[in-house]
Design a protein around this ligand. Structure first.
Ligand code: C5P
Ligand code: MG
Length: 165
């Protein structure tokens, strides 16, 4: 059990995009997306990176160990379940998220108008105020037009009375 008061986590994810599939980011369906994520689950690259950031902060491995993408039971699953599980694992070790920063690299569509929706959705899943969820968007400058890439840092804060010392 860690006795550090804070731990930092980092997560990353990417999905290939294809026409005719839905695109969900941070639990928010993206309207008018011409391309959607090719994935075993719902393909929510923001939530996959959020969950990995939580797990990595406590050296708990990555979501593939808990939700193998070969398992039929996880096919098409709602990635909010993955975040909830990661949160439970973190809480069991005496930590809660303090703040998170999310970066999404996607060429189209423009996500700026959905920034607050995505922040609110992620905040709700992590039991955080919206002000503790930073959301940034980048394009790939046309280098990866059928691709979504996400990166997330998470600060984990030890809860009083938990862990050692
Ligand atoms: O990556 P780039 O510097 O070209 O991004 C320029 C602006 O476009 C940024 O302000 C970013 O928030 C916005 N953007 C967006 N939706 C995307 C990609 C970038 O709103 N899918
Ligand atoms: Mg993923």
């Amino acid at each position: 059990m860690s006795s550090l008061p804070f731990r930092i986590g980092f997560g990353e994810d990417a999905h290939r995009l294809e026409a005719g599939l839905p695109l969900v980011l941070g639990g928010v369906p993206i309207p008018h997306a011409e391309l959607g994520a090719v994935a075993h689950s719902d393909g929510d690259a923001v939530l996959h990176a959020v969950a990995d950031a939580l797990l990595s902060g406590l050296a708990l491995g990555d979501i593939g160990q808990y939700f193998p993408d070969t398992a039929a039971e996880w096919a098409g699953m709602d990635s909010r379940v993955i975040v909830a599980r990661a949160l439970e694992l973190v809480a069991a070790r005496g930590y809660v998220p303090g703040n998170v920063a999310v970066v999404v690299t996607l060429d189209r569509p423009k996500l700026g108008p959905l920034r607050a929706d995505i922040a609110r959705s992620v905040a709700g899943l992590l039991n955080l105020p919206e002000s503790e969820v930073g959301v940034s968007f980048k394009t790939s400058e046309g280098l990866a037009t059928a691709h979504v890439q996400t990166r997330v840092t998470a600060l984990l804060v030890r809860t009083p009375g938990s862990g050692e010392g």
